[in-house]
Design a protein around this ligand. Structure first.
Ligand SMILES: NC(=O)CC[C@H](N)C(=O)O
Length: 225
């Protein structure tokens, strides 16, 4: 496919390569690798992935320092132009800290790092990221985080619910997230943040290939855009 995707790398990112491999496997084209200090994104960028990891060692708050890096000003501008942006795990934390998504990711309710494959229920199957699923599908996707406990005030939670912006919910208790929220969309629907890692569930050898449909959805939506 003729799309230009990009994967951002911050100091401490550790899922950027996995994300790049997943994007290449699904689209057939290697994404650009973009460094956090690059203030300019290529003008032809069609899709941006903000990957997981421990940017800046999770100091201050997970994602807080990365959200203030030069590249994020361009990511925010691209999101405002309608470019699809996916934040996974630490990427989700970065997107909330950059105010592209509402709410915050707090320390897991059980205090421990949670690392296992969990069931996710697809709540919105009409977004550009989730149109490859059916509403109500339960998919198996790995999580690996200590700050995945989604928090937002009641007004925000009601809005997210009412506007169909909860993309995924956990199918079982994982980290204490409000309303079991695992992934949320922005108002326009072109930014998705999720704690589980779809890039780690691309091929059966990984234990699940349920994440593949998410990337396929993005590339298919770019094809008709
Ligand atoms: N895998 C990750 O992206 C980890 C995210 C974050 N550093 C946390 O543990 O909450």
């Amino acid at each position: 496919m003729a799309f230009t995707a990009g994967v951002i790398t911050f100091p401490g990112s550790n899922c950027d390569r996995d994300m790049a491999v997943a994007l290449e496997k699904v689209s057939g084209k290697a994404p650009l690798r973009i460094w956090h200090g690059d203030a300019e994104l290529p003008g032809n960028i069609d899709f941006i992935a903000v990957p997981g990891g421990f940017s800046y060692g999770d100091y201050l708050r997970s994602g807080a320092m990365a959200a203030n890096s030069p590249v994020m000003r361009s990511v925010v501008a691209a999101a405002e132009r309608g470019v699809p942006v996916l934040g996974v795990c630490n990427g989700f934390q970065v997107l909330t800290e950059a105010r592209l998504l509402p709410g915050a990711l707090m320390r897991n309710a059980g205090i421990r790092f949670v690392c296992r494959t969990v069931p996710l229920v697809v709540e919105n199957a009409s977004s550009l990221f989730t149109q490859g699923y059916e509403k109500g599908d339960t998919i198996q996707i790995p999580v690996a985080h200590h700050d995945g406990n989604y928090f937002a005030d009641e007004d925000v939670l009601n809005r997210l619910e009412g506007e169909g912006r909860i993309a995924f919910r956990y199918g079982e208790p994982v980290n204490g997230s409000a309303c079991q929220i695992a992934g949320v969309l922005n108002e326009r629907g072109n930014v998705l943040g999720m704690m589980p890692h779809p890039e780690r569930a691309i091929e059966p050898e990984q234990g699940s290939s349920d994440g593949r449909a998410l990337f396929q959805s993005v590339f298919e939506s770019l094809a008709v855009a």
